[in-house]
Design a binder for this molecule. Structure first.
Ligand code: SAM
Length: 240
C-alpha cells in the first residue's frame, strides 16, 4: 500500500507518521509514504505562493488549482491506473473503521490536504474521487486528518500489526467497543484485576469480555448497537 500526500507541510506528515508501528511498517516495506510539497509546483513568477483571494470576496485565501494539478500529475505519472484521491474536508463523509478497511485494499491512495479557506472547487471536480472528514469540527489544515486516516488504514494492511489478529478484536471490528484491558500488577491503588481474567478459564474469559463489550457499547455508544453484528446470545444478554 502506497500513500501519497499532497500538502503545503510535508515535514508534518513525514515526521508525524515515520515512528513506532508505522515507522517499522515502512522500513519493512508493508507501506510506503511520500509527502509532496505543493509549493514546489507553484508558477515560477509566484515564488512558491499557491493561494489567492477568493472570487466574490470574503475572508481568507483559497488554494489555486494549477499547482495542485501539477503536483498530482507528477505523483501519479508512473501509476498504471488512476488512484483514488481523497480530499480531506469537513464537508466529506465521516471517516470510520469500515472505510479504513475498504481503503486498505487499494494499491495507491492520494490524499489532498487543504489549508486556509480551502481549495478551488475546479481541481476538486477534476481529480478527487472521495471527500472525507474526520468529524464535525474545522481544523486549520488537512494534514492531521490525512495522518489520522493513514494510521487507521495502515493498521488494516496485512503485516503492519505484528499480531494480525489484534486488529480483529478491537473496537468497531464487529461494530462494538472493545472490552476493558488490564495488565500487571494484579492490585493497583486498591483496585484489583477482575478475578475471571486470572482464572485461566478461556471460555469464561471470552464470555466475560463479550459481555463487557456489550455493556460498554450500550453505555457509551448506544447508537452502534442497531448496526453491530450480534449473536442471539448477545441479544438475549442485552434484553436482561
Ligand atoms: N472553509 C472550509 C469549510 O468551511 O468547509 C474549511 C477550511 S479548513 C480551515 C482548511 C482545511 O483543513 C480544509 O481544506 C481541509 O483540508 C482541512 N480540514 C479542516 N477540518 C477538517 C475535518 N474535520 N476533516 C477533514 N479535513 C479538515
Amino acid at each position: 500500500m502506497n500513500f501519497h500526500v499532497l500538502t503545503l507541510f510535508p515535514e508534518m506528515i513525514e515526521q508525524g507518521l515515520n515512528t513506532s508501528i508505522l515507522g517499522r511498517a515502512m522500513a519493512a516495506g508493508y507501506i510506503s509514504l511520500t509527502a509532496t510539497n505543493i509549493r514546489d509546483y507553484a508558477a515560477p513568477e509566484r515564488k512558491g505562493r499557491v493561494d489567492d483571494y477568493p472570487y466574490g470576496g470574503g475572508a481568507g485565501m483559497v488554494m489555486q488549482p494549477e499547482p495542485i494539478d501539477r503536483a498530482y500529475e507528477a505523483v501519479t505519472a508512473s501509476m498504471e491506473k488512476e488512484p483514488r484521491v481523497i480530499y480531506v474536508t469537513p464537508q466529506g463523509k465521516v471517516f470510520n473503521q469500515s472505510m479504513a478497511r475498504e481503503l486498505a485494499q487499494e494499491e495507491n491512495l492520494v490524499f489532498l490536504c487543504g489549508h486556509y479557506e480551502g481549495v478551488d472547487e475546479r481541481i476538486l471536480d477534476k481529480i478527487v474521487t472521495d471527500h472525507v472528514s474526520i468529524g464535525d469540527y474545522v481544523l486549520t489544515g488537512g494534514e492531521l486528518p490525512a495522518m489520522v486516516m493513514i494510521d487507521a488504514i495502515s493498521r488494516m494492511v496485512p503485516g503492519v500489526l505484528t499480531n494480525d489478529a489484534s486488529g480483529e478484536i478491537e473496537s468497531f471490528y464487529d461494530g462494538l467497543l472493545e472490552y476493558p484491558q488490564y495488565t500487571r500488577p494484579v492490585e493497583y491503588d486498591g483496585r484489583r484485576v477482575p478475578d475471571i481474567l486470572l482464572s485461566g478459564h478461556h471460555v469464561n474469559v471470552e464470555k466475560w469480555r463479550r459481555e463487557q463489550s456489550l455493556i460498554r457499547t450500550r453505555e457509551r455508544r448506544p447508537d452502534l448497537i442497531p448496526t453491530a453484528t450480534l449473536t442471539e446470545e448477545d441479544q438475549k444478554f442485552l434484553r436482561k
